[in-house]
Design a protein around this ligand. Structure first.
Ligand SMILES: Nc1ncnc2c1ncn2[C@@H]1O[C@H](COP(=O)(O)OP(=O)(O)OP(=O)(O)O)[C@@H](O)[C@H]1O
Ligand SMILES: [Mg+2]
Length: 135
């Protein structure tokens, strides 16, 4: 873990990828925790809808907005971070819809796009949509 953290010094974004079950979520949480411990503001974002990140951080649930891991959660493990740790779980459809709402020129256009069946497929089920919204 020490070598990994040193290789990330000065980096602002780390994308952790790999086959199922190799430890992506655990490593991501550990990287973000390490940043928070040393005074940084870190966000760990899981793009799959699994609940393991929330469980690992002792949080009830995670949503599409970043949630601060509360001081009590650290205190339970005897930790007192100098910085802050946030966590979130990507909601792909919600992120697409927010993007449309933000960029549509008016409410009628927004509603027409949101109601469009091709848009609904693209935003819900198209391969790569999850990774695109995560970025
Ligand atoms: N360094 C490690 N040593 C031993 N066990 C580990 C290590 N990292 C993770 N694990 C364990 O391996 C399992 C899978 O870890 P994790 O959920 O982090 O993997 P993942 O790649 O995110 O999985 P998924 O593809 O299902 O999302 C968990 O039970 C976790 O506790
Ligand atoms: Mg995982």
């Amino acid at each position: 873990m020490g070598a990994l953290l040193r290789s990330l010094e000065g980096k602002r974004v780390a994308v952790v990828v790999g086959s199922g079950g190799v430890g992506k979520t655990s490593v991501s949480a550990a990287i973000a925790l390490s940043r928070a411990m040393s005074g940084g503001r870190a966000l760990v974002c899981t793009i799959d809808p699994a609940r393991r990140l929330a469980t690992a951080l002792g949080l009830g649930s995670l949503g599409n907005a970043e949630a601060l891991v509360p001081p009590e959660a650290f205190a339970r493990s005897g930790l007192a971070p100098e910085g802050q740790l946030f966590a979130m779980m990507l909601d792909v459809k919600r992120t697409w819809d927010d993007l449309v709402a933000r960029h549509a020129p008016d409410a009628a256009t927004r509603d027409r796009i949101l109601g469009n069946r091709i848009y609904q497929q693209v935003s819900g089920a198209l391969a790569g949509s999850q990774e695109y919204m995560a970025m």
